[in-house]
Design a protein around this ligand. Structure first.
Ligand SMILES: Cc1ncc(C[n+]2csc(CCOP(=O)(O)OP(=O)(O)O)c2C)c(N)n1
Ligand SMILES: CC(=O)[C@@H](O)[C@H](O)COP(=O)(O)O
Ligand SMILES: [Mg+2]
Length: 642
């Protein structure tokens, strides 16, 4: 085996984590240095979640060196910090494909590697999953220890406490590593975050080092070699994680998560001696070892491609403002006029744009941490108190608060305004982050009003409409990224509830679009026109209540009707089918087709590529129209085809 002075990089010796288990501790430290450089280099070329990955470099090396992965199950929470893990677990040569079409996922994924025992991307699931593995082990399944690695941001979610509660009572041997970098995407919030910081207040990293080496010196030789009692270590290193201890965990820490010797000592000790659940509290630095990341406000949480020397990100070509920023500004404008307007975010103030309102009205914007369930019911409470809450959550994360949407909002008819960002396919974050389901899961609820913005001007109108709507819950969805570049109104106009609009009038076919695919539909209409097919293009604006009058006219005046939406089956198209059946439109011979996300997972790629995969391009719409009209799919024109 080569030593650290060899010219061959240590990383080249690591085809799988077995190699780490044969390395000296000094080599593991050196390896971590190489790994960090490789992560920086890779992400500079692909973009991705850099800061979190840099913060767990030493921890990743130490975990794989001490535990017997993949028999032992290493479960990364969120898994946006799993890049070093991917490099060490046989995926190094494919890291340049990260987050791209056909490439490695930016998260752990069971289908990608046996070293990814549990997929993630939504937070706070790791302890539950790891506990599941321990039960599997205890019931004779071929599984070793389970180790959950969860961040200080992710441990703010209720689900993590449900798991701690269960695991503490179960008392099974389980390892939870609390990776505490005092950061979520934004600075962390909440009393638990304050409590965790309090555990090492006054103990800067240097002091932790001293503390550890003092302990090491005072330990018996056997213990120094790693045969240590977790309890003794806990006592030595402060042992004030009362809350965890009272839940039934052995608490170890806080330890310096960048000090390989401390990490190895504590992990080895825990592995040898633990009989029940153990929580190891590791202090790390988000962005560790890359100056531009450490110096930045967001610690390079999520970055585009960048220059390694300077840290400068690749500039995006000038385009229209993002939907998110249009929302943030519209909300701030409405809040200036109406003191009852408040906003709620679940740990995504800048991602959702509510930071723009917070600049002007800090006391009326609430970041509740990663706690979507609470965000919804908290909003419901404020609505019940007479306020006008804008509960602003990505479509994919609102899924976690669904029972609250049903039980606390819909059944009580409370006027919570749901601003649903990242609706539809989002690109590199892939299927876990796709906002595919909200149209269906909200429109099925009695009393809900559900809108989708066709462009950023429409979004401004929908913010105004939601602000004015006190009759019950109302939601409006809009996609990730830049708008269409349309002119923005000075002031949002309150839309008539349940009324759509005709955008282009034609005769042969009607395309009824719901939301931000309207631009693609326009292109399809132009292509159809060039083929001699005259198209009416309508923007439904509302999935619920549906504009039944507009629908009846479209059905009456055209040979075919096509619905288009950026959402899954069971959404807008299904609502339209119900209504057409009610109106007897099928009896009259109307041809109907629904264009929506197909009933399968659309894998990561650019949003355009994902929509192409889904069969939702302008050309796909044209082909669908032609088939609905009884024409050949690819004939050049109506005349030629007839
Ligand atoms: C349920 C859910 N809500 C929100 C997010 C968005 N999100 C991803 S990472 C993150 C911050 C996580 O903080 P932490 O666990 O401390 O990890 P760090 O980024 O600091 O390494 C958030 C809010 C998510 N992935 N899942
Ligand atoms: C890991 C995670 O869930 C977030 O960091 C997410 O990737 C952010 O997505 P946006 O870039 O769309 O805000
Ligand atoms: Mg954190």
């Amino acid at each position: 085996m080569k030593d650290s002075h060899s010219k061959t990089p240590l990383l080249d010796q690591v085809a799988t984590p077995d190699a780490l288990r044969r390395m000296s501790d000094a080599d593991l430290t050196a390896l971590a240095g190489e790994l960090r450089a490789e992560v920086i280099d890779t992400v500079s070329q692909t973009g991705g979640h850099l800061g979190s990955s840099l913060g767990v470099v030493e921890l990743t090396v130490a975990l794989h060196a001490v535990f017997n992965t993949p028999v032992d199950k290493l479960v990364w929470d969120v898994a946006h910090q799993s890049y070093p893990h991917k490099i060490l677990t046989g995926r190094r040569d494919r890291m340049h494909t990260l987050r791209q079409k056909g490439g490695l996922s930016g998260f752990t994924k069971r289908s990608e590697s046996p070293y990814d025992p549990f997929g993630a991307a939504h937070s706070s699931t790791s302890i539950s999953a790891a506990l599941g593995f321990t039960v599997g082990r205890d019931m004779g399944q071929p599984t070793g220890d389970a180790i959950a690695v969860i961040g200080d941001g992710s441990i703010s979610a209720g689900m993590a406490y449900e798991a701690l509660n269960n695991a503490g009572a179960e008392g099974r041997r389980l390892f939870v590593i609390l990776n505490d970098n005092e950061m979520s995407i934004a600075p962390p919030v909440g009393a638990m975050s304050r409590y965790l910081s309090g555990l090492y207040a006054g103990e800067p990293p240097a002091r932790l080092d001293e503390l550890a080496s003092d302990i090491n010196q005072n330990l018996p030789a056997t213990l120094r070699e790693g045969v240590a009692c977790v309890r003794e270590l806990a006592g030595g290193l402060t042992a004030s994680g009362k809350i965890f201890e009272e839940l039934g965990f052995d608490y170890v820490g806080p330890i310096d998560g960048h000090d390989m010797d401390q990490l190895l000592m504590v992990l080895r000790a825990a592995r040898v001696r633990a009989t029940g659940p153990v929580l190891i509290h590791c202090c790390t630095v988000k962005g560790k070892g890359y100056v531009p990341a450490e110096a930045s406000d967001d610690k390079y949480h999520g970055v585009s491609k960048f220059d390694v020397q300077t840290g400068a990100m690749a500039k995006k070509a000038a385009s229209a403002p993002s939907y998110t920023s249009v929302y943030g500004k519209a909300l701030r404008g409405m809040a200036a006029q109406d003191p009852k307007i408040v906003a709620v975010t679940a740990a995504m103030p800048s991602g959702t744009g509510v930071n723009i309102m917070a600049e002007a009205f800090p006391d009326r914007v609430f970041d509740v941490g990663i706690a979507e369930q609470h965000a919804v019911t908290f909003s419901a409470g404020m609505a019940a108190a007479g306020l006008k809450p804008f509960c602003t959550i990505y479509s994919t994360f609102l899924q976690r608060g669904y029972d609250q949407v049903v039980h606390d909002v819909a059944l009580q008819g409370l006027p919570v305004r749901f601003a649903i960002d990242r609706a539809g396919l989002v690109g590199a974050d892939g299927a876990t982050h796709a906002g595919s389901y909200d149209i269906g899961y909200l429109s099925s609820l009695p009393g809900f009003t559900v809108m989708a913005a066709a462009d950023e001007a429409e979004l401004v109108h929908m913010v105004a409409t939601a602000a004015a709507h006190d009759e019950g819950p109302i939601a409006f969805r809009y996609p990730r990224g830049a708008g269409e570049g349309v002119e923005l109104p000075q002031q949002g106009e309150v839309l008539e509830i349940g009324k759509g609009r005709v955008v282009e009038q034609g005769e042969d076919v009607a395309i009824l679009s719901f939301g931000a695919h309207l631009g693609v539909c326009r292109k399809a209409a132009a292509l159809l026109r060039a083929q001699g097919i005259s198209t009416t293009l309508a923007d439904a604006r509302f999935a619920k209540p549906l504009d039944t009058v507009l629908l009846a006219e479209l059905a009456r005046d055209h040979r075919a009707l096509i619905t288009v939406e950026q959402g899954a089956e069971g959404g807008f198209g299904s609502i339209v089918l119900h209504e057409l059946a009610r109106q007897g439109a099928f009896d009259a011979g109307l041809a109907v087709r629904n264009i929506c996300l197909p009933d399968r997972i659309i894998e990561q790629a650019s949003p355009e590529e994902m929509y192409a995969d889904a069969g939702m391009t302008a050309e796909d719409i044209v082909a669908t129209v032609r088939i609905a009209l009884g024409l050949s799919e690819d004939a050049p024109s109506l005349d030629a085809a007839e």
